[in-house]
Design a protein around this ligand. Structure first.
Ligand code: HAX
Length: 436
């Protein structure tokens, strides 16, 4: 077994009795109640999922294995020559809950190198898709096309002990994670660079190799590392993470589960919001007469109100759980302040940040008037030449796969069962409400 798998096996053995005890001895303890509003309103805040990999506090934002974003970035071993941590080290943290040593990170990075070769048929599938296919549809199709590689399916069909489900799931998860950057970069170069593909450099780390295959110079390698880490996990209830968990709960393998989670991420209310932000900004730029003409606060207020008055949402603002500025927005803002403080598009985002929360408060609908992760992410990509904003959600998807696959591996280790909530009819609700 690999060092990481050994470590994970130790952690799983130590954790299992905690879950078993809660289930056996405290199974009927009430955790919360569900109101009519939550039932009709998309299950907002209903406590119905368990994960130890990340926790989202409405006021503080995300913690990965107990660490805030600044702590995570600070504690993990850095890639030589860069300022950001190894994504491989972050994967170690999410899976095991421990901050890896330099030696641990090297061992995971070496393991990834042995797993990263993408089968040729995946590229053939992508080339066969219509040229106007959305990059998220391409990513999802590429992932599901690899379902035949699943080690879990082979071992399950041969007769696998339930206690061992997590082991081939771990193998599938790492195999898939190691391949995603090359698949994503291939989609980009195929779709936007006339098929001029840059082969992977096996000596580079995950973020470094992705930047290399995209054909974008440093510090884009650090941008890739930051993106993959920031977008990885946001506890289990968001659409992409929840979809991945739900599909995997049927013991569908991780290729099916990851493809499905990407499909959920591709919605404009979720991951696609990062491309919507840039598309919205471009509309403002066109009206202003070019990106170098920065709108005043008064001008920006008018654009925001026009959007709201036409019945649309302001992309990049609001959140189902958060009730303050997203620390993932903040981390990217700090990156912008360091590398591109005078960049016109950053100024646009800055003016938008100054006026939007007050307007959303005045409008009185959004529960959270603050920006989320997607409000800032496109600016950095644009600055480094990645102006094809249809592609932005793919970057989110590669990152999100890290959290979803760590969760699925643990779901299998702790024996979480098939997910099956109960539905009621409107008649029944009216009876409960005392109307009928
Ligand atoms: N602009 C205008 N109106 C907004 C709004 C925004 N940014 N955010 C919320 N509202 C509105 C909602 O549309 C809703 O209106 P109705 O009552 O007319 O239906 C009302 O305010 C209450 O919504 P809420 O309870 O505050 O928010 P939800 O939990 O229902 O939805 C969303 C959360 C993120 C989907 C929502 O804030 C939104 O649509 N934001 C814009 C899109 C976006 O940025 N999505 C990315 C979110 C982060 C993420 O998941 N990234 O992947």
């Amino acid at each position: 077994m690999s060092k990481l798998k050994d470590k994970l096996a130790e952690k799983i053995e130590a954790h299992r009795p905690r879950t078993t005890r809660l289930l056996k001895e405290y199974g009927d303890v009430k955790v919360g109640e569900v109101t009519m509003e939550q039932l009709i309103g998309g299950m907002r805040s209903v406590k119905s999922l368990v994960t130890d990999i990340s926790y989202l506090d409405p006021m503080e934002g995300i913690r990965f294995r107990g660490f805030t974003i600044p702590e995570t970035l600070e504690k993990l071993p850095k890639v030589p020559g860069g300022k950001m941590p190894y994504v491989e080290g972050f994967i170690y943290l999410l899976l095991t809950g421990d901050v890896p040593t330099d030696e641990d990170v090297k061992s995971v990075a070496d393991e990834f190198k042995t797993r990263k070769v993408v089968p040729q048929y995946v590229f053939d599938v992508l080339k066969a898709m219509p040229s106007d296919s959305h990059p998220m549809a391409m990513l999802s199709a590429a992932v599901v096309s690899m379902q035949r590689e699943s080690i879990f399916v082979k071992e399950y069909n041969a007769g696998l002990n339930k206690m061992d489900y997590w082991k081939p799931t771990y193998e599938d998860s790492l195999n898939l994670l190691a391949k995603l950057p090359e698949i994503a970069a291939f989609i980009y170069r195929l779709k936007y660079k006339g098929g001029d593909i840059i082969p992977s450099n096996p000596n580079l780390d995950m973020g470094g190799d992705f930047a290399h295959m995209m054909g974008i110079d440093a510090p884009y390698d650090d941008v890739a590392r930051l993106y993959f880490i920031l977008h990885s996990d946001h506890e289990s209830g968001n659409v992409s993470a929840h979809t991945g968990h739900l599909v995997a709960s049927a013991l569908s393998d991780v290729y099916y589960a990851t493809s499905a989670m990407l499909d959920g991420l591709a919605g404009p209310l979720h991951g696609l919001a990062n491309q919507e932000v840039l598309s919205w900004m471009q509309g403002v730029m066109d009206k202003m007469g070019g990106e170098n003409k920065i709108p005043t606060e008064e001008e920006m207020k008018k654009f925001v109100w026009d959007t709201l008055n036409s019945g649309q949402v302001i992309p990049g603002y609001g959140h189902a759980v958060l009730r303050k500025t997203d620390p993932r927005y903040q981390a990217q803002r700090e990156f912008c302040l360091e590398y591109m403080p005078d960049y016109p598009l950053f100024k646009y985002v800055d003016v938008l940040y100054k006026v939007t929360p007050d307007i959303l408060r005045e409008q009185g609908k959004a529960k959270n008037p603050w920006p989320n992760v997607d409000a800032q992410s496109g600016v950095i990509q644009w600055y480094y030449g990645l102006k094809e904003y249809d592609f932005y959600t793919v970057l989110f998807g590669v990152g999100r796969a890290i959290g979803v696959l760590a969760n699925i591996t643990w779901d299998r280790a702790l024996g979480y069962p098939l997910e099956r909530p109960k539905s009621l009819t409107t008649d029944m609700l009216e009876k409960i409400a005392g109307i009928k």
